[in-house]
Design a protein around this ligand. Structure first.
Ligand code: 5GP
Ligand code: ZN
Length: 116
């Protein structure tokens, strides 16, 4: 798959819009377009790797980095608890075939932009 066909490669390259929460040389984190929790952030390597099932030994450090970024984002947002999820493969619920870590949380926080 070329970068042009992959929406997360497009976002990582700044060619497609996203609500970016964090970025460094190896990873980018942005809000999920269809949030499944009050806080739902995707942490994505800039390198195109299709899924955990396609991870090479050489790329293992990237996964550690994604988890570290998720931890920092959770701390910054003062999440008391959260879930970190990799969906792997079609049967595992993966829809976008560019590796990403879901950070889900914020159930303890009052929903924003709601009256009352
Ligand atoms: P998966 O099921 O592959 O683990 O998760 C893919 C996630 O990416 C879904 O939660 C979906 O809402 C999100 N998503 C798909 N396309 C886009 C997009 O263009 N922008 C953003 N911000 N999120 C997306
Ligand atoms: Zn990609």
């Amino acid at each position: 798959m070329t970068a042009k066909e992959c929406i997360f490669c497009e976002i990582a390259a700044g060619r497609a819009p996203a609500s970016v929460e964090y970025e460094d040389e190896r990873a980018i984190a942005f809000s999920d377009i269809n949030p499944a929790a009050p806080v739902h952030i995707l942490i994505v390597p800039k390198k195109h790797i299709a899924s955990i099932a396609d991870l090479s030994a050489e790329d293992e450090p990237i996964v550690g980095h994604l988890v570290s970024v998720a931890k920092k984002l959770a701390e910054n947002r003062q999440l008391e608890g959260y879930k970190l999820i990799f969906n792997v493969g079609e049967k595992g619920g993966q829809v976008v075939f560019h590796l990403h870590l879901h950070l889900l949380g914020g159930w303890d926080k009052k929903p924003q932009n709601l009256p009352g």
